[in-house]
Design a binder for this molecule. Structure first.
Ligand code: AHN
Ligand code: ZN
Length: 344
């Protein structure tokens, strides 16, 4: 042991080390007259996105007013058909490919109702999708009012606001070529659910709401349809409305709630998007989408401090244009636009 290397052996070993070093160093130094990859930060940065366009709240307000001008949009009525036709025309005007789903469904009271879901697809070739949804039908009665309880409501906030925001978004998303494609789902027969004395719902009552969303979840417009995530807009238009993290959304899609609430704060709407979680939605259109299609979908829906639930005009005749405020439409619309625009 410990035999010393002969001078010849040392030379051979030295030559081997030099050769190995050369193999390591030469491929790197070959391009030494090119700019170093690591030194140039733009090489590794993602390509810049076009700036997020400004959401026009006055346009959104006018789009809510237009729906109210059709009168109540109760399934099976002329006002409903006129509004649905108008939504289809708006989507096409902004470059969407439109698919309609029609069916007959049975309401909690046994009544057969015509159902018409409307789907607007933007950039349909894109494989990655984002789903934005809102119901466009309005409640056939005013069961939370003290007067004219069996007459339909105008649904400016409950129905009108979500659709108004989506259609103003459509104006911008028609021109979006980067990132995932957008699918807009205008659900029908959301609001024909069984009246209940309180805000809480038992399991039997839950199934009587959101019939259009239930239908879509069972029969998506594309077999095996999925999306990266979904955002439901419901009652997003009342003056001074605040949006708390909604409990069902937190159960199914906490990461999407985080993304949206963080984005709202980042662009200056943290006063409207409150970080606290509130349990107040028995069900809504996002539930079937989460449960059946497994698309993580959140609900942006007002939580009102005064009622400890929805806006005081909820399911009353006071749900008219007087409760709608463009400032609220802006906070929600700009936040959703920012979230969608920044997806790659
Ligand atoms: C409740 O969660 C009490 N109602 C179903 C959600 C709804 C009704 N959204 C609009 N109208
Ligand atoms: Zn409602």
């Amino acid at each position: 042991m410990g035999a010393r290397m002969s001078p010849k052996g040392r030379t051979a070993a030295f030559a081997l080390v030099v050769a190995l070093l050369a193999m390591l160093v030469l491929p790197l130094s070959r391009c030494s007259n090119e700019p170093s990859r690591n030194a140039d930060p733009t090489v590794h940065a993602l390509p810049e996105l076009p700036p997020t366009p400004p959401f026009n709240a006055d346009t959104a307000y006018a789009l809510v007013a237009k729906q109210v001008s059709f009168g109540p949009r109760v399934p099976g009525t002329a006002g409903h058909t006129a509004c649905a036709d108008w939504i289809v025309a708006q989507l096409k005007r902004h470059g969407a490919e439109v698919i309609e789903q029609t069916a007959t469904v049975k309401a909690f009271n046994g009544q057969q109702l015509p159902l018409r879901n409307i789907i607007g697809r933007f950039n349909p070739e894109a494989k990655e999708r984002i789903l934005l949804l809102a119901h466009y039908d309005t409640r056939p009665f005013a069961d939370k009012d003290s007067e004219r309880q069996n007459e339909p409501i105008l649904g400016a906030n409950d129905g009108g606001s979500g659709v108004g925001i989506l259609l103003e978004l459509a104006r911008h998303l028609g021109g979006k070529t980067h990132g995932p494609g957008i699918d807009m789902l205008f659900t029908d027969v959301e609001d024909y659910g069984q009246p209940s004395g309180s805000m809480t719902m038992d399991d039997n009552t839950i199934g009587t709401w959101a019939l259009g969303s239930q239908y879509f979840a069972k029969n998506p417009h594309v077999p095996g349809y999925t999306a990266r995530f979904g955002i439901l807009l419901d009652m997003c238009g009342a003056k001074d409305a605040r949006f708390y993290r909604e409990a069902l959304s937190m159960r199914f899609a906490p990461a999407i709630v985080n993304k949206v609430w963080k984005t709202a704060a980042a662009i200056g709407h943290g006063d409207r998007f409150v970080q606290e979680t509130k349990y107040f939605v028995g069900t809504d259109d996002h539930l079937p989408i989460n449960e059946r299609l497994r698309i993580p979908t959140i609900d942006i829906i007002e939580f009102n401090e005064g009622t400890n639930a929805f806006h005081p005009s909820w399911h009353t005749h006071a749900d008219n244009m007087d409760v709608i405020d463009a400032v609220t439409l802006k906070a929600v619309g700009q936040t959703v636009l920012e979230v969608v625009w920044k997806e790659r």
